[in-house]
Structure formats: C-alpha cells, structure tokens
Write a protein that binds this ligand. Structure first.
Ligand code: F6P
Length: 359
C-alpha cells in the first residue's frame, strides 16, 4: 500500500488540478487499489490543522481543464513558520505529526518559491517530500518552466491584444500592468506576443526619458497609439540605485495603488498624450489551463509519481533544456530565477524595436 498526501500552496494557477490528476492517474495505473490518497485542504494549513479529505482516483477525473485547485490553497509565509498559529499550535511539529499519524509515504507539494522553502524544511525534518514547480511567475530556480506560466502569458497577451483596438480608436497611450511579482517573465513574453511598444521589467531598470522618447519616436513614424507593458515589480534606474531600505520606504509612502499609475501619470504629464491604465490582475491566474500548460502539468505529475515509486524524495520536478528531471530541494529552495537582461528574447525584442526603457 502506498499512502500519499497532496497539497497546493501559495497563489493558485490554472494547471494545479491538471498536475494532481497527472500524479494520481500515474500511481493508480501502476498500483490499482494499493493506493491511499489524502488531500490536504488550503495548502500547508491543512497539514498544520489536520484538515484533509480521503480521496479516490475518481476525484481527479474530469479536472484536466479546470482552473484553480480542488483542494483550495493559502499562503503560509516561510518567515513565520516558527511562529505559532493564533491558537498556539507550533506549525512544523504539527505538520510532522499529521504526516506521521496518517503514516504517509510521500507528500506531494505543488507550490512556488516560499512553499518550496517550507517543503525543504519538512525534508530536513525527515519527511518524504516531492515538490512540483507551480507559479504563473515562472521564477522558480532550478527549472526553466513552471506550470501556470504559459496560461498566464495567454491571458496577459489577450489583454494586450484587446487594448490595441480601443487604444487605436482613441489615439491613446495605454499602460498595462502585468503580474510577475519580483520578476519580468510574464510581461516579457506577453509583451512580445502582444506587440507592445515598451516593456518595463524589474531586471532592466528604466529611465522615464527613454520611455517617453520611444513613445514619441513611434508617433513620429505614424503610430496613433502606444502600448506600454509594465511588470508589477518594474523599477526606475533612480530607484534601483537607492539602498534597499530607502526604496522600501518610498514604496510604502506611495499614494497611488501601484507603479503603473505613477508611470501613466508621468507619461501624460511629460508627453501631453492622453494616457490610460489597464490591469488584468488576477484574471492572469484564472480560467482554464491552455494546451501547453496541460501538457507540462501532466508531465510534471507523471514524473513526480514515478520519482515516488522509485523512492526518490527531497526533490523538485523540473524541466531543463527541454528535458524532464529532478533537482534536489535543498539546491532550489530560497532562490529566485530572474530574466537575464542579455537573454535571446530581450535581445530579439530590442531588435524588433521594443524599448525596455534602459537606452
Ligand atoms: O505569485 C503569483 C502572483 O499572482 C504574483 O504574480 C502576484 O504578485 C501575487 O501572486 C499576487 O498575490 P495575491 O493573490 O495574494 O494578491
């Protein structure tokens, strides 16, 4: 008998269910009735509070295309892991106890960076853990791809596409905020796919003069409108030069809801061009996984199940150079994967005339 636990942690994404289906289907095909499945509710919280469901392979049928997560999710910040819950429960010991009480052979954890750090901590405590790289942000170190990313790029691209028509009708500048937390993967990919004129990402700090100049150049060449894609973590060269503490203070003192509003305001002020903001927000994490994501999620699920069957624990499933592999959790936890400002896609985007505001 193989007893497994499943949990989904952190911000959700479109391909969580597809991934869990991949794990369970693979194990069910190999083990038949010799499989016991426990689904923890709302991420690590379910493991801490012992909130779980006994599940059957049938529960994972028909969910390949369903976005969100059938288990629910929550954020359990790693930096607060050693603080007790409001009820006074010590989190790590409680998680270990739940795992031991259920006599689990393996815990499958579908999560991003913070969640992977917690998974690594559980590994250090002696639990058998397999992590699967979930996040729309694609910022998980140790894998070139995370599930959720491709679907988010689709949604963000559709948003940029749709803004084109109204921007063109009114001859406006549109500043579109794209998710990605501290990295610029989604804005970079969606910016290229959506034909943006300017793409601002955290890895390439911008100067406002450069942004305005590229908008003006586009107008001089006969453009009626301009599309500026801005990562939620975009940063100016001036701010990037500030000591971290000072920058944090500046962000905390911001009166606008986010940097896009400041950028839009500055563009309108300095260029005199009517400027609007558009924010697809959490729609980028919503809806169905696209076909590419369904495939990658299924691959991750299969590889995780196979690793479990060969008793390879303390790992994260990854894809590198197009090949599926496992990487040690201890090696990936706590690191972020940034866009390389000199990577091919940035170079090619620049060749297409897309400005990153750095020159
Ligand atoms: O990590 C995924 C993500 O959508 C980021 O892109 C974004 O910064 C953050 O989560 C939003 O978090 P929340 O859903 O808690 O508002």
């Amino acid at each position: 008998m193989l007893r497994i636990g499943l949990l989904t942690s952190g911000g959700d994404c479109q391909a969580l269910n597809a991934t869990m289906r991949g794990i369970v289907k693979t194990l069910a095909v190999k083990l038949g009735d010799e499989l016991e499945i426990y689904g923890f509710e709302n991420g690590y919280r379910g493991l801490i509070y012992g909130q779980y469901r006994r599940m059957d392979p049938a529960d994972f049928s028909g969910i390949l295309t369903r976005g969100g997560t059938i288990l629910g999710t929550s954020r359990t910040p790693f930096k607060k892991l050693d603080e007790p819950t409001p009820e006074g429960i010590e989190k790590v010991p409680a998680m270990i106890e739940t795992y031991r009480e259920l006599n689990l052979d393996c815990l499958f954890m579908l999560g991003g960076n913070g969640s992977t750090k917690t998974a690594n901590r559980l590994r250090e405590e002696g639990l058998n853990v397999i992590a699967l790289p979930k996040t729309i942000d694609n910022d998980t170190w140790g894998t070139e791809l995370t599930f959720g990313f491709k679907s988010a790029v689709e949604v963000a691209t559709r948003c940029i596409d749709d803004i084109h028509t109204t921007a063109s009708s009114h001859g406006r500048v549109f500043v579109i905020e794209i998710m990605g937390h501290k990295v610029g993967w989604i804005p970079l990919y969606a910016g290229v796919a959506g034909g943006a004129d300017v793409v601002l990402i955290p890895e390439i700090p911008y100067r406002m003069e450069n942004v305005i100049r590229s908008i003006e150049q586009r107008m001089e060449m006969g453009g009626r409108f301009a599309i500026v894609v801005v990562a939620e973590g975009a940063i100016s060269q001036e701010d990037a030069a500030l000591p971290k503490k000072e920058y944090k203070k500046k962000v905390a003192a911001r009166t606008s809801p986010s940097i896009v509003y400041d950028i839009a305001h500055e563009i309108e002020e300095r260029s005199g061009r009517e400027t609007r903001v558009a924010i697809p927000g959490h729609t980028q994490r919503g809806g169905e996984p696209d076909a590419q994501d369904r495939i990658f999620a299924s691959q991750c699920g299969v590889e995780a199940a196979l690793a479990c069957l060969r008793k390879e624990f303390g790992i994260m499933i990854a894809q590198n150079d197009g090949r599926m592999e496992t990487v040690p959790l201890g090696k990936v936890a706590g690191k972020l994967k940034y866009v390389d400002p000199h990577c091919d896609l940035v170079r090619e985007a620049k060749a297409l005339g897309i400005s990153f505001g750095d020159e």
